[in-house]
Design a protein around this ligand. Sequence first.
Ligand SMILES: N[C@@H](CCC(=O)N[C@@H](CS)C(=O)NCC(=O)O)C(=O)O
Length: 254
Amino acid sequence: MDYVNVEDAKNENGLRLALTMGVPGPWSQAAKYIFEYKNIPYIPVTQKGGRDNPELFAWTGHRNAPVAVYEDEAPCVGWYEIIMLAERIAPNPGLVPGASAARAEMFGLITEIASEGGFAWLRRLSLIGMLFATSDDPKVRRTPEVLAARYGYSKAAAVRAEAGCADILNMLADRLRTQAAGGSEYFVGDGFTAADLYWATFSQLAAPMAEDLNPMPPNLRLAYQAPATLPVDPLLITHRDMIYERHLSLPLDF
Ligand SMILES: N[C@@H](CCC(=O)N[C@@H](CS)C(=O)NCC(=O)O)C(=O)O
C-alpha cells in the first residue's frame, strides 16, 4: 500500500481514506475493500495504530481509522456511513440490498460484527490484554495503553467480553446454517452483500489467514488468534474463504 501522509493528502481531491498502516485493522480493511469492490479510486492515508495522530486529528477530528474524506464533505468514520458513502459514489455493484427487510437483516448483522459491543469490539478487549502481556517495556506498552484508554479495556471487561464474542459467533454460524438450508451461501438473500464482506474481513480477529495471505506482524498474529474457548464454527471460516476467493483481493494489503 502506497500511503500518503496527511499533509499531502488533504490538498488532494476525490476520496482520501485513512487506514491503520502496517496492521490488518478490520474496520480499515473492510472500508478499503468496499471502495476497491466498487472500483472507487482512493488515496490511502497514514494512520498510526495506537498513536495520537495529531495531523489526522487536526484535519478530520479523529485519531483512529478508518476515516474517509470525500471531496470537501465532512469526514465519514462509522462503518455505516462509509458503506453509504460508497453506495452513493458508485451505486453499482451494490453492496446493500434493495428490499427493506433484507437491508434491516444486513445492517443488523454488521452491527453485531463491527459496532460498539459487537464481536470485534469485544474481541479487541482480550487482544489489548494479550498486547500488555507481551512486554514490560514502557515503550512497547505505550500502544496497548493508548488502545486501552480509547476502547474501554480493563481486565474485568476483557473477561466479560468472551461470552459476548461466543454468543455472536454462534449466532453468525446459525445464520449461515439457516441460509444454507434455504440454498444460499451468503448471509442475506442469495448474493454478496456488505454483511459477507464485514464477516470475511473481521474473521481475521478469530482465525487470521496464513502468513502468505495475511502477512501480519507475529506478535499481533498471536493476539488475533482466538483462544480455544471461543467457538469458531468451521462454517464461518469456509464462508470467509469463499468470500475472499470470489469477491475480494488477496493477499491482504496494509
Ligand atoms: N469508527 C469505526 C471504528 C474504528 C476503529 O475501531 N478503528 C480501530 C481498528 S481499525 C483503530 O483505528 N485502531 C487503532 C487505533 O485506535 O489507533 C466504526 O465505528 O465503524
